[in-house]
Design a protein around this ligand. Structure first.
Ligand SMILES: [Fe+2]
Length: 292
């Protein structure tokens, strides 16, 4: 005869209930989740009302999530779980560009752009040239690397947060034969993550702010190399020290400089001098058995 389900036996009973899970990884995950969840409940000893509030919170997170608003990603982000999963999955060799969070504003298909294109056609703010090279760990250019870019505008909003669904401030670039990419854009502003939902309420209730420092998102990849999902952070931006999603790495902070170069300015239709951010991306070779 088994013993009653009680405080003493609860955890073992639920762990045991997953013992016959055919998939070994799912079994491991569910048994570990059970142990940690039960340990949390034993530690906190929630009242019935508190547990109902917790379920209500998760329900609200789900209700607000759809293909344009991803409240669960925000929750993962502000709890530092997105960055922790990223860190575990991106133990890169020294010298490779560090990764950071994908965030909720990536779209699967950024519009293909030509090198030099203006990502900010719908915007008035002064243009900035963003340029860099995709390199391997030996400093050799990675010809034809793909660089996917997206960013907020100078008010702190992404295109997908607006009613007009036209792609804006995003683009997919193919590097030239010496690994270079360059485009015109506007300098993004620091911004609050969407804080009108349950995650925002959680931040307010705990005295946390919802801001991220100014940044431009990148995913860079090439055949035979591990892709990197990362950001360029704008030097001097507020919140570099206390990003609400814990995404900042000092190696990714770059200054906006003034450059005096009449020839480049003329070729790109920029005033001279112009603003420029340089951001090289170093990819590690893919050494997995299936790597190209
Ligand atoms: Fe972002």
């Amino acid at each position: 005869m088994g013993s009653d389900f009680s405080e003493a036996t609860a955890t073992d009973a639920v762990v045991e209930s997953f013992a016959e899970t055919p998939d070994a990884r799912l079994r491991e995950v569910m048994q570990s989740f059970t142990r940690h969840l039960h340990a949390f409940v034993r530690d906190v000893e929630p009242t019935q009302g508190e547990w109902e509030a917790a379920i209500g919170f998760l329900t609200a997170v789900g209700h607000l999530s759809d293909d344009r608003r991803q409240e669960f990603i925000l929750l993962s982000d502000v709890m530092g779980v997105s960055m922790l999963v990223d860190a575990i999955n991106n133990r890169r060799p020294v010298g490779a560009t560090e990764s950071t969070v994908l965030g909720p504003f990536h779209v699967v298909e950024s519009p293909a752009r030509a090198l030099g294109d203006d990502l900010a056609e719908a915007h008035e703010a002064p243009r900035c040239l963003v340029r860099g090279r995709v390199l391997d760990l030996d400093g050799r250019p990675v010809a034809g690397a793909l660089v996917d870019v997206w960013q907020a505008d100078d008010q702190g909003f992404y295109d997908v947060q607006k009613d007009d669904l036209a792609p804006d401030l995003r683009g997919l670039f193919t590097c030239d034969e010496v690994g270079r990419f360059w485009f015109r854009t506007i300098v993004p502003l620091h911004y609050p993550i969407p804080d009108d939902g349950p995650v925002g309420a959680l931040l307010r209730a705990t005295g946390r702010h919802p801001y991220r420092p100014a940044h431009i998102h990148f995913i860079a990849g090439a055949a035979g190399h591990n892709p990197v999902t990362t950001h360029l952070f704008v030097e001097g931006s507020p919140y570099l020290e206390d990003d609400t999603v814990f995404g900042v790495k000092q190696s990714l902070v770059r200054p906006v400089r003034q450059e005096d170069d009449e020839e480049t300015a003329t070729s790109l239709g920029l005033p001279n001098p112009f603003q420029v951010i340089d951001f090289d991306i170093t990819l590690a070779e893919d050494r997995s058995p299936t790597g190209g």
